[in-house]
Design a protein around this ligand. Structure first.
Ligand SMILES: *Cc1c(COP(=O)(O)O)cnc(C)c1O
Length: 412
C-alpha cells in the first residue's frame, strides 16, 4: 500500500471502530413509499418526498417535455450561455408560491446556502446560527469568514444575548452586518422554530434573518408556501431559502426575497456564477410541483400526510421522551388557526450509534427501510431512527411500522 492508500485505510478503520462507517445501498426502483433493494420490497420511511411528488405523473411529464424541447443538459452557467426558459418559469412560480418579489434557483439547497451567505456576508460581519441548523449553513458560515455565534436550539433568550453581543461589537463600525439563520422545520429533530419571536428580535437589533424552509415548503401554509407565509411574516424575513428536492419532488434549491436580493445573487453568488445550470428537466419538474402543491390536489395530499403523521403519533407505544417532535408539539399546542401542523420528520432518539444501527437492521429484516442517523449528521451519542412520512403511505403502512417499532428493544 502506498502512503495515500494507507492513510485512507487507517481513517476508514477509525470510522468503523466508532460505528460511524457509512455505505450506499443500491435502490432498483423509483423513490416512493415502496422501494426495491437487492430483489426485496421495502416499505420506505426514509424519504423527504413528503407528498409523493417524485413519481407524480405531472412532474414526470413536465420533465420529459423539457428534455424533448431543451435537451438533457444546460451547456454552461446561465450567465455564460444564456438562461433557459424553464429556469425563468421556475423562478416566477417560486416567487408566486413564496409571495416574494423574486426568486433565484440554484442546483441544490446546499449550493443556495453557500451562494446566499457567501454573497451577503464577509469577514467583518457576524452570523448567528441556531445550534441545529443544517450542515450546508454551517459550512457556508465558515467559508464566509464572518464571526460565527451559535444560540441554543430554538432558545430566543440565548439568541437575544448573542444579538446584544453583536450590537456591542457593531458600535465602532468595525463589524457591519448581522445575519441570523434558522430553519422552520429542523431536519433531524422535526421540531419548529419560534419564527414570530425571532423576527421581533431581529427587528429590535437591526439584524437580518434567513430562514431555511427545506422541510416546510410544500407542506405548511394554506397554499404550501411554507411556515413564513403561514405566519404572515413574508415581508419581515430578508431571505427565504428552500429546496426543490424534498416535498417538491424534483431537485435544486432557491433563495426568495426582494428583486434587489435576487439581482445581487446573480452578480455575487459564486455557486450560481461558477457552476453549470441544473438540467432543464429538473427545473420543469419543480415548476410542475409548485403548481401542484397550490392546487386542490396539493391540499388533499397535505391532509393525507397530516393524517398519516397523526396516526403514528396517536399510538400509545410512542415514547415522547425519545421524540423531539412530540415534545415540541405538546409544548406548543394547536396552531392559532386550529389547523394541524405536524412535522413529517419523527425521529426516535436511540443514543448509542451501534444500537441505532441494530434497530435499523431489525426493521430491515421486517422489510421496513428507516435510516439510522449518526454523527456527523447529529451530535455523537444522539443517534436516532429518522422516520419520515409521506402522503403516499397508507394507514396499513403506518400500522406496519408501529408494530415493528414495538418489537424493537430500545432501552435507556
Ligand atoms: C436537505 C437540506 C438542505 C440541502 O438541500 P439539497 O437540495 O438537498 O442540497 C438544506 N437545508 C436543510 C435544512 C435540509 O434538510
Amino acid at each position: 500500500m502506498n502512503s495515500f492508500e494507507h492513510d485512507l485505510a487507517e481513517r476508514l478503520t477509525a470510522l468503523r471502530d466508532q460505528n460511524l462507517f457509512r455505505e450506499l445501498r443500491q435502490v432498483d426502483s423509483a423513490q416512493s413509499a415502496r422501494i426495491q433493494i437487492a430483489g426485496k420490497a421495502f416499505l420506505n420511511f426514509s424519504s423527504n418526498d413528503y407528498l409523493g411528488l417524485a413519481t407524480h405523473p405531472a412532474l414526470i411529464e413536465a420533465a420529459i417535455r423539457a428534455v424533448d424541447t431543451f435537451g438533457a443538459g444546460s451547456g454552461a452557467s446561465r450567465l455564460i450561455c444564456g438562461s433557459l426558459k424553464p429556469f425563468h418559469e421556475l423562478e416566477t412560480e417560486l416567487a408566486r408560491l413564496k409571495k416574494t418579489e423574486a426568486a433565484i434557483a440554484f442546483s441544490s439547497g446546499y449550493a443556495a446556502a453557500q451562494g446566499a451567505i457567501g454573497a451577503l456576508i464577509g469577514k467583518d460581519d457576524i452570523i448567528i446560527l441556531d445550534k441545529l441548523v443544517h450542515a450546508c449553513i454551517v459550512d457556508a458560515a465558515k467559508l464566509s469568514g464572518a464571526k460565527i455565534r451559535v444560540f441554543r436550539h430554538n432558545d430566543v433568550g440565548d439568541l437575544e444575548e448573542k444579538l446584544q453581543w453583536a450590537s456591542q461589537n457593531t458600535m465602532p463600525r468595525i463589524v457591519r452586518r448581522v445575519l441570523i439563520v434558522t430553519e422552520s422545520i429542523f431536519s433531524m429533530d422535526g421540531d419548529i422554530a419560534p419564527l414570530r419571536e425571532i423576527v421581533k428580535l431581529k427587528d429590535k437589533y437591526h439584524a437580518w434573518l434567513m430562514v431555511d424552509e427545506a422541510h416546510a415548503t410544500g407542506i405548511f401554509g394554506e397554499n404550501g408556501g411554507g411556515l413564513i407565509g403561514e405566519l404572515g411574516l413574508t415581508d419581515r424575513v430578508e431571505l427565504q431559502m428552500a429546496t426543490l428536492g424534498k416535498a417538491l419532488g424534483a431537485s435544486g434549491g432557491c433563495i426568495c426575497g426582494s428583486r434587489r436580493l435576487v439581482d445581487f445573487m446573480v452578480n455575487r453568488a459564486r455557486p450560481f456564477i461558477f457552476s453549470t445550470a441544473p438540467a432543464p428537466a429538473a427545473a420543469a419538474a419543480a415548476t410542475a410541483a409548485i403548481r401542484l402543491v397550490q392546487s386542490a390536489e396539493g391540499k388533499e395530499l397535505r391532509k393525507k400526510l397530516q393524517a398519516n403523521i397523526s396516526e403514528f403519533q396517536s399510538d400509545p407505544g410512542i415514547n415522547p421522551a425519545r421524540s423531539p417532535a412530540l415534545q415540541y408539539q405538546s409544548k406548543s399546542g394547536p396552531t392559532a388557526s386550529g389547523t394541524s401542523r405536524l412535522s413529517p420528520i419523527q425521529p426516535i432518539i436511540v443514543g448509542d450509534e451501534q444500537r441505532a444501527l441494530d434497530a435499523a437492521a431489525k426493521l430491515r429484516e421486517r422489510q421496513l427501510f428507516v435510516p439510522a442517523i449518526r454523527y456527523p449528521s447529529v451530535a455523537r451519542g444522539s443517534a436516532r431512527l429518522r422516520i419520515t412520512f409521506t402522503a403516499a403511505h397508507s394507514r396499513e403502512d403506518i400500522f406496519c411500522l408501529v408494530d415493528a417499532l414495538k418489537s424493537l428493544d430500545i432501552r435507556d
